[in-house]
Design a protein around this ligand. Structure first.
Ligand code: PEP
Ligand code: MN
Length: 263
């Protein structure tokens, strides 16, 4: 169902006034995690001013160490909803547990399935019952076929609004956090009618690489990018090393605006 063979026309997903997959790449940005109300609202206002169309921020965070900050939970969801109210921008946030799908669906405009949960079939079926778009990240060791079959689970449950996100895969290379699979992303754009976006933050793990990888993805035809931004990356509670500060993000946005006006 997700392949171009079953539907040659590209799927365009509409969230509030934003369209994903219509040829104009969408910019999603925000901190890795929602860290507090004041901080998040301030950042949301900065991002809106910078031209961001969708806000991100984790409330339920999958962390490698059980001792690391795992997000504000429902309090984080409420902060996201408040940021949406203030900025008018839609918000995307991760849901990790089938038991949380209802509450996350109540607050978020787009439900994110994280890389680690790409093959959590119970969770996939559950978000398939929700009438909101799902952002499905590629598993860190998933083939394109496995990624598409995961999307198929969501579609089969009744939800056809799926956005795929290439966020890097595990290889022997450990200089970067993951290896950004540009060829895989391009192949996915050819093989599915669903929108395909890139996450250069988790794909690289290094802020100095994020901007150029983001531009590479856009040049290759990505339907959007999702970037982690933090006012003080060195103080971030998660993923500071890969987060752009405000100056870096503004610079990236000015290059993206030039790119968009030329294409
Ligand atoms: C995230 O987007 O915050 C995240 C945890 O990403 P991934 O699931 O790709 O690691
Ligand atoms: Mn992160």
């Amino acid at each position: 169902k997700v392949s171009r063979k079953s539907k040659s026309k590209k799927t365009v997903i509409t969230v509030k006034d934003v369209k994903i997959g219509n040829g104009d790449p969408v910019i999603i940005a925000g901190p890795c995690a929602v860290e507090g109300e004041e901080e998040y609202i301030a950042e949301a206002l900065f991002l809106k001013e910078a031209g961001v169309q969708i806000l991100r921020g984790g409330a339920f965070k999958p962390r490698t160490s059980p001792y690391a900050f795992s997000g504000l939970g429902v309090e984080g969801l409420k902060i996201l909803a408040k940021a949406r109210e203030i900025t008018g921008l839609p918000v995307v946030t991760e849901v990790m547990d089938p038991r949380d799908v209802e509450i996350v669906g109540k607050y978020a405009d787009i439900l994110q399935i994280g890389s680690r949960n790409m093959q959590n079939f119970t969770l996939l079926k559950e978000v398939g019952l929700v009438d909101k778009p799902v952002l499905l990240k590629r598993g860190l060791a998933a083939t394109i076929k496995e990624w598409f079959l995961a999307a198929e689970y969501i579609v089969n449950s009744g939800n056809e609004q799926v956005i795929l996100c290439e966020r890097g895969i595990r290889t022997f290379e450990d200089y970067t956090r993951n290896t950004f699979d540009l060829a895989g992303m391009v192949a996915a754009l050819d093989l599915t009618h669903l929108p395909v976006i890139a996450d250069p933050s988790h794909a690289t793990g290094r802020s100095e690489l994020v901007g150029r990888v983001a531009l590479g993805a856009l040049a290759a035809g990505a339907d959007g990018i999702m970037v982690e931004v933090h006012p003080h990356p060195e103080e971030a509670l998660s993923d500071g090393r890969q987060s752009l500060d405000y100056e870096e993000f503004k610079k990236l946005m000015s290059v993206i605006k030039r790119f968009k006006s030329q294409s």
